[in-house]
Design a protein around this ligand. Structure first.
Ligand code: NAD
Ligand code: MG
Length: 404
């Protein structure tokens, strides 16, 4: 429900994952457009201090802190400064709040499988959904997109590659909730670009000694730890491959991955007539976020324009799936279909968490995912309950492999 402010409808935002990297970038855009956007509800898992500072700056009506103890701490801090923000807690609060009638736009900036339930709730409530959380589509792409179509929900991708592709589609093809078949419309191929991560030029031998700090030091993007490790293993591009197939309803054969170390071309769309459309910009998530918030209008982001005098080279090459097997694992999981992407995602989340905790080596990540995939042959997914069962079973199995 929008409120008219000085000619512009004020859009109320539910910012899920406010304390993360997507959360920060979204708040940067909101800060630039206080007449257009209001952070009505913000959410986090357990980062009390950051949430406290954000509540003082943005004064949301609600803050959902999933962890109950963290929620209590935040609530006490806010009371001590007589803040009007009400603190809610628990996973169910997250699902309920996105459906509130006051919410116009839901920014899904939660990391991992935890984004699926609130994402689906937002889709079913017919909010404009800005999707950063790729794991939701990897786990339940077919079911998720069926709900988007059934409810005619505006789903706008924030992942920079998918946002780039979205920007390159003609307006009548952008509305994924009613999109005509893109292949019939003349699309021949989508090219997902990948920076290659911090180890693009690292030898296979050196990859065995990578530390979490090195893996999280991405050359072009500032991101959360999980996606940073995914970028270093190229699993991120694998997850994005699956995301692209579901989001744009195209077969795996119509998606290609190219390494592009400069991260200026964020992805490309090839058309039947030989034309290629690309979206180029500085690598800054404020651009896709602003596009999603204002679509189809464009609003300022304060991201500097590209300086063409400085851009002397735009390089492209094929990825090395020998050194980075995770990319191929994800592509194969998409081709296999059924539960394979769910297993892949769950095993990856567990493996990355153990790598970040110093429990397994960088190169073990792919190995434990392979073991889990081998033990969990693909089965058809009838409903969401089946997705969660496979997710839980895969997590338990991966943990067992790691601890044995
Ligand atoms: P992050 O780790 O910086 O932030 C994650 C946010 O999710 C935090 O606010 C955290 O409190 C919240 N969260 C974590 N676990 C939760 C749980 N169980 N329940 C509820 N909330 C929980 O991550 P990020 O880099 O902002 O990435 C968020 C999502 O966006 C990921 O799916 C990532 O793949 C995607 N994405 C991120 C970027 C980027 O530039 N950071 C780009 C493209 C896509
Ligand atoms: Mg991306």
């Amino acid at each position: 429900m929008s409120v008219e402010v000085a000619g512009n409808p004020l859009q109320r935002i539910a910012l899920l994952g406010a304390t993360g990297s997507i959360g920060d970038s979204t708040l940067d855009v909101i800060r630039l457009h206080p007449d257009r956007y209001q952070a009505w509800v913000m959410t986090a898992h357990s980062q009390v201090q950051k949430a406290f500072v954000q509540c003082q700056q943005f004064q949301p009506t609600y803050f959902v802190m999933v962890n109950p103890q963290a929620a209590q701490e935040l609530s006490q801090l806010l009371k001590s400064i007589h803040s009007k923000t009400e603190v809610l807690s628990g996973d169910s609060a997250l699902v309920d709040i996105v459906a509130a009638s006051e919410v116009d736009i839901v920014v899904l900036g939660i990391v991992g499988a935890a984004g699926l339930a609130p994402g689906l709730a937002a889709v079913r409530a017919r909010k404009r959904v800005l999707l950063a959380n790729k794991e939701a589509l990897v786990m339940a792409g077919a079911l998720f997109m069926a709900e988007v179509r059934r409810h005619q929900t505006e789903l706008l991708p924030l992942d920079s590659e998918h946002n780039a592709i979205f920007q390159c589609l003609p307006l009548n093809c952008q509305t994924v909730w009613q999109t005509p078949n893109l292949i019939e419309q003349g699309l021949s191929r989508i090219i997902l670009t990948a920076s290659g991560g911090p180890f693009l030029k690292t030898s296979a031998a050196e990859l065995s000694h990578i530390t979490p700090e090195q893996a999280c030091a991405h050359p072009n993007w500032q991101m959360g730890k999980k996606i940073s490790v995914d970028s270093a293993t190229l699993m991120n591009k694998g997850l994005e491959f699956i995301e692209a197939c579901y989001l744009f309803d195209i077969p795996p054969s119509a998606v290609e991955v190219l390494i592009h170390p400069q991260s200026i071309v964020h992805s490309m769309v090839e058309w039947r007539d030989g034309s290629v459309l690309a979206q180029l910009s500085q690598p800054d998530m404020k651009i896709p976020i602003a596009y999603g918030l204002a679509w189809p209008a464009r609003i300022k982001t304060q991201v500097p324009q590209l300086d063409w005098r400085q851009i002397t080279q735009l390089e492209f090459c094929l990825p090395d799936t020998q050194r980075f097997p995770c990319l191929q694992l994800a592509i194969d999981a998409m081709k296999t279909g059924g539960s394979a992407p769910v297993v892949l995602n769950a095993a990856n989340e567990v493996a990355v968490a153990h790598f970040l905790a110093g429990k397994i080596a960088f190169i073990e990540i792919a190995k434990v995912i392979i073991k889990t995939l081998e033990k969990m042959p693909s089965v058809p997914l009838s409903d969401l309950a089946a997705v969660w069962d496979i997710d839980q079973e895969s997590r338990a199995l991966t943990s067992e492999f790691i601890c044995s």
